[in-house]
Design a protein around this ligand. Sequence first.
Ligand code: NAG
Ligand code: NAG
Length: 339
Amino acid sequence: MHWQTLAASLTLTASGADALLRFSCSQLVVERLDPLVNPGMAPSPHLHQIVGGNAFNISMDPKAPPPTVATCTTCTFADDFSNYWTAVLYFKARNGSYHRVSQKPNVGFEQATGGMTIYYTPYIGNTKSTVTAFQPGFRMLIGQQNYRTKAEAQKFRQLTYTCLKDPMTRSGETMDMPTAPCKAGIMANVRFPTCWDGKNLDSPDHMSHVAYPTSGTFESNGPCPTTHPVKIPQLFYEVIWDTTPFNDKALWPADGSQPFVWSQGDQTGYGSHGDYVFGWKDNALQKAMDTNCNINCPQLKTQSIAVGNKCTRQEQVKESIDGWVDSLPGGEMSGMEHA
Ligand SMILES: *[C@@H]1O[C@H](CO)[C@@H](O)[C@H](O)[C@H]1NC(C)=O
Ligand SMILES: *[C@@H]1O[C@H](CO)[C@@H](O)[C@H](O)[C@H]1NC(C)=O
């Protein structure tokens, strides 16, 4: 089965043969900070939406892991103080003004304030295998914010979009932004590489310490390269953008192109990217991976979505990101999407 179909059926009907954590993390904050790529810089060049522990900050010292700093998390697994973030989607009107697209919770997590759905998968199907959970201080990112072509984006196998016909749509993933209105919104799918060099918690580009399997995919149990021999859980974000208020084709560009643009000025969709700072307490994640929890995990401490919703963080960068704005926050590359 093709990985997309496999992952799709898995998402909806995880059978007893699979093992994966699937949980909700509500919005923590939406602001121009990026402690991975632009530590110490406030504001960072473009806007992000962040979920997870409230230790998220302008800089995040790998020697002070999130569980030692955070006092709450927006995730339903209460020992997960990790931070997960992506760019933010905007709608661009015919007159050139932009409007932020809000996020909406996934099926089963309707009470959550925006945020995203997070998965950690040790294996899929009957190909049982063991994975090594991320270590304290581990971080990584996937995607390149400045990519604008399919050829570039192909470097990343599993950064895709699902045009939601209804909230349960899980087929037809594309690498570029959907070209027609999506009745129930656009889901951005961010799957990270699943092989680690076993030594480095980070790397200068935040990517080279991890790699994809040499052949096949994680889903088909493809082998890890000798340079990156350690199999890690597959980290996967589903982010649902509620594009439905902008579905009227009369609002779309007259040339028939689609109107959604990532906060870094990418209208193609090929610049999708996701960031991760590991922050599980003690060995909670390893324990969950070893016991092959599926969706629910009685071994882990949980909290309700309502409690997760209460964990928020004051914006440190004060600027207007909502309502109709003349340029994308930071202004970077706005108006250049067609260049
Ligand atoms: C965030 O960083 C600032 C310094 O840049 C520090 O004063 C503050 O205590 C930090 N907040 C948290 C929650 O770590
Ligand atoms: C631009 O277009 C949007 C959508 O049609 C409209 O709501 C907004 O008021 C317009 N802004 C300006 C400055 O004309």
